[in-house]
Design a protein around this ligand. Structure first.
Ligand SMILES: *Cc1c(COP(=O)(O)O)cnc(C)c1O
Length: 433
């Protein structure tokens, strides 16, 4: 017996949305096409609970795809934004908060001495690449298959996440010459990386140090070390995209966790506390190439926006010390163990792989561990979709794509984990494997 979801209001809104928005949404994954259903329209969130337009409530494991590490509408973050908005929403002039946030970030992230704020991770990626090209005088960049760095033209080659979900290998509208400047190598493939860095003069080796856009796929033993040494040996810059992993997997991000310091770092999501903010940063000598300190142009009307900065600062204040990360790790572990038990109780344990790191988790429908994009693609996406629909019907909101990570937060409670794993067991039992 399948349970169905009451979604009349969402369906009405979707019908209207289709008249005015392409696909009815402002970002593709929200359309839920990969799990074979229409989108749910959200009304509000509270902690780790999400309420849709039909007043269904869900345990939210998406948390806006990463920014909401403290959950929805955290009182301290709401207070910070409220105080900021009363002073004015934007000035196009420097404010004290931007200096505070830059100082906080540079205190936490080993590779960041100086940073520039942007409004999205995409902009941060685009700008970091421009800087890497200016600093090295080279054009080509290397990225990994299945890694997503925003929708920058040259980075859509073999991108995971939304693109993988749509089944678009790259996008029409990206000039051939631009795509040709991107070299794509399989993640965790030591030999392919060595060969590519010998063959091509690279401006940058760009990597999510803990990839989370093909699902969560950890770096193999020694792989990040190899990235660092190949960059050093060839004069390429090592650029870490920590838009997801930053301030999440550890206080100083994946670079602190794995003890590999990149030349440039991209940050986003958590840094804006749920408002639009992102940044790129790195060594002082590199970052001082950025205008007006240097000659590499990059700008933004709303960059360092006071509301976003206030939300970011309030979020980082809630991530002070080791305790929040210990709590987040405990929540993630409890969820991973609960889902593992759920799979076992439904007799599907040989068909699923659960990978987890502090604040990140993926349930892969695969008989073998997933170590790269090919492995992620080979998963049983239909089974994931069916399971996901089964979870939604039981009040559990998870990423509507096998390629997206779950985002445990500081707001998730043991009761919500229990509700999730009970629903997971029931939904596992329903699908055919
Ligand atoms: C989300 C994401 C981006 C893009 O950030 P936007 O703010 O959506 O433009 C870049 N890199 C990674 C790893 C991301 O997960």
């Amino acid at each position: 017996m399948t349970i169905s979801l009451r979604d009349t209001r969402s369906a009405e809104l979707y019908a209207r949305a289709l008249t005015y928005l392409p696909g009815g949404v402002n970002s593709p994954v929200r359309a839920m096409r990969a799990i074979g259903r229409d989108p749910l329209f959200v009304q509000r969130g509270d902690g780790a609970e999400l309420f849709d337009a039909d007043s269904n409530s869900y345990v939210d494991w998406v948390c806006s795809w990463g920014p909401l590490i403290c959950g929805h509408a955290h009182p301290q973050i709401v207070a910070a934004i409220t105080a900021a908005v009363a002073r004015g929403t934007s000035f196009g002039a420097p404010t004290a908060g931007e200096v505070d946030l830059a100082e906080e970030v540079s205190r936490r992230v080993p590779g960041v001495q100086v940073l520039r704020m942007t409004s999205s991770g995409t902009e941060a990626a685009m700008s970091a690449i421009r800087l890497a090209r200016a600093a090295t005088g080279r054009t080509k960049i290397l990225k990994f298959a299945g890694a997503y760095h925003g929708h920058v033209d040259g980075l859509l080659a073999d991108a995971g996440s939304g693109l993988a979900t749509q089944g678009i290998p790259a996008s029409p509208g990206v000039p051939q010459e631009v795509a040709a400047a991107t070299i794509v190598v399989p993640w965790n493939d030591h030999d392919a990386l060595r060969a590519a860095t010998e063959k091509h003069e690279l401006a940058a080796i760009l990597a999510e140090p803990l990839p989370a856009n093909m699902g969560v796929v950890a770096p193999a033993e020694g792989f990040l070390e190899l990235l660092r040494s190949r960059a050093d040996e060839t004069g390429a810059l090592l650029v870490f995209d920590e838009v997801i992993s930053g301030f999440r997997v550890a206080r100083g991000g994946a670079q602190e966790l794995f003890e590999i310091t990149p030349d440039l770092t991209m940050m986003g999501k958590v840094i804006g506390g749920g408002l639009p903010a992102a940044a790129y940063g790195g060594r002082r000598d590199l970052m001082e190439r950025i205008a007006p300190a240097g000659d590499v142009y990059q700008a933004g009307t709303l960059s360092g926006n006071p509301l976003a900065v206030a939300a970011g600062l309030a979020t980082l204040a809630l991530l002070e010390g080791e305790q929040p990360y210990a709590n987040l790790a405990a929540t993630t572990t409890a969820l991973a163990e609960g889902l593992t038990d759920a799979a076992r109780s439904a007799g599907v344990q040989d068909h699923v792989q659960i990978t987890a790191r502090t604040g990140l988790l993926t349930v892969f429908f695969s008989p073998t561990p997933v170590t790269d994009y090919a492995g992620a693609r080979a998963c049983d996406h239909n089974a994931y979709a069916a399971w996901c629909r089964g979870l939604l019907a039981r009040g559990i909101y998870t990423p509507a794509s096998q390629y997206e990570a779950w985002f445990p937060s500081l707001a998730h409670t043991p009761e919500q984990i229990e509700r999730t794993t009970a629903a997971a067991a029931a939904a596992f039992a329903e699908i055919e494997l």
